[in-house]
Design a protein around this ligand. Sequence first.
Ligand SMILES: O=C(O)CCC(=O)C(=O)O
Ligand SMILES: [Mn+2]
Length: 217
Amino acid sequence: MLTSDLFDDGIKPAGGSYPLQLKDADVEYLPGFVDHDLAAQWFRALMQKGAVAWRQDSIMMYGRKVRIPRLNAWYGEPGLDYTYSGIPMRPEPWSELLAEIRGRVERAAGHRFTSALINLYRDHTDSVAWHADDEPELGPEPVIASLSLGASREFQMRHRNHRSNGLAIHKIMLEPGSLLVMRGATQKNWLHQVPKRGAAAVTGPRINITFRRIVEA
Ligand SMILES: O=C(O)CCC(=O)C(=O)O
Ligand SMILES: [Mn+2]
């Protein structure tokens, strides 16, 4: 039996599902994973004071401590610690809403997740730089399901060898209520980022939740 059969409840996202045509990658975009009303409801609930355990971490860059340009929070099963960009994270326990969202994401992706990294891009100057979700805790071919809420932001992907093989940077606007599912060799072969933008290009704050599965070592 396919893993997806375990979750198949016959409900398909209304907006359909589109594979991105990327060499050496497996990426699927579900623009209407949830409708705009539910996406707005989740966004408002998560933006309430105290709803998410936001923190602003610092990383070392060229020998100096620099604050990362976004807030984040790590949720997951107790005991599943995780290191992100060299930042050790101890998971917060799932809130009722995050547990509900996780269940829906699992059914759409056909995959179980233990953990979620939540990012808050407060405005157009917040961003995440080129990286892959390839921490050893995630195993060799991780499935990453990325839910977007709030303002749309441009998500970019580039092949690790894009200069030598002439592949263009792939750009996609991640809309509120959309789910982007990356699988297989995607993290091994591609990097992704959410770049800073001009004020006019971003309508407000955005929350992104990437669901991940930590595999026991
Ligand atoms: O905000 C996004 O769409 C991507 C976030 C991301 O890449 C990450 O948290 O690892
Ligand atoms: Mn990432």
